[in-house]
Design a protein. Sequence first.
Length: 480
Amino acid sequence: MKTKAITSVALVFGLALTTAHAADVTPADSSAVALTKEETKAIAEECFIYGLPIVMNYGVMYEYAVDKKSSQFKAPFNGIYNMHRVATYKDTAIITPNSDTPYSMAWLDLRAEPMVISVPAVPKERYYSVQLTDGNTYNFGYIGSRATGPEAGDYMVAGPDWKGETPAGINKVFSSTTPFAFAIFRTQLFNPEDMPNVEKVQAGYKAQPLSAFLKQPAPPAAPKIDFLPATSEKVKDNFFEYLDFALQFVPLSPEDKDVRAKIAKIGVGAGKTFEFKNLSPEQKAAIMQGMKAGDDKVTKFLASGVKNVNGWNIGAFFGDRTFYNGDWLKRAGAAKGGIYGNDAVEAVYPFTRTGEKGETLDGSKHKYTLTFPAGQLPPVNSFWSVTMYDGKSQLLIKNPINRYLLNSPMLPNMKKNADGSLTLYIQKDSPGADKEANWLPAPNDTIYLVMRLYWPKTEAPSILPAGEGTWKPPGIVKAD
């Protein structure tokens, strides 16, 4: 969820990679003893890259659906949680929050039987989507304005063990590679007064077991799981232990076969308990060095995986199983950059901290403008927005008009220039009453801007392929 993810576990994954932690852990697979220091380091690096999204996803699932005492808890498995508001400056739990679309969400337990997600008819002018993500962090399906249209429908989400024909009354079947999956609902809000209408749409979202949908007896319940408690600190300190635990919910696939065999050599795998007892001091150090190297490689990939277009960074990191095709580095980069982000066909997120000439944006020193030439607004089938964040914290900022973004639903109230172009005023103080409709309040400090293009057009001009499309966002220009 690029606004990108979603809890502190998922969004702030600073690993505590020090040899001190190695000494705290204790029984591992004795097969690791036969490895050289270089082999151990290389496998640990690959293991970290492969396992990062899986561990992050488990941490979110635990806090959102398992631990009822967690401040992040939303709803138990197979229940839908609706947020009846968008984020403001008071929301500090997650970085880069989306203030366009109130969220609804449901963690699905697909072990006993499939679940059916039902959506109401949604007016064509209101964008909505249901993003389906599994324990591999693959986006395995979409319901919504782009993917299935505005009509009401019933969609089945099945786990990896389900086999059979599409049941009567089901519009489409989506197959998860894992027995637990995450459904993320986004519903467009036009303005603050529109929230009651959003709530009506949210009230129409439903999740129920297939047996209940078909009005048949329910199958036996799935076995109870004694989940490993997960907090951001525990995950940081015991990464491989959490990977061991989470892998039992990630069935082996053909593309996983080689990496799973490799990481087993250092005692990591489903049903194992990774500890360091059987490793020499040199191998313990090699494990930690490998993890650090893996983390560095993911960070480097993130920086190189985007294109700089007029100062905006644009890339595509999210997709389904075919999109990743065993590219574990790309998958790890996506998770670290903002787990649960959308496929580019659903949304593209250009972001920047600099002007078009590469200078750092700072609201305490300058005023800025962003001008879309006539006829060259972001090309979308749904809507676009430009959201302001504090450059240091990446949180929304308090401002005198309680405005955190400018978006296309606001266009009727904005003023265009004589030549038909549209200028947004990016500054900490009001540009004057005549320009205030086009004002995006900035912090008295450094600036971080995110542009969101929902359901981007595929025909030219288009931002797709992300970073290489024919439409390019204009750069931020210093106005004083």
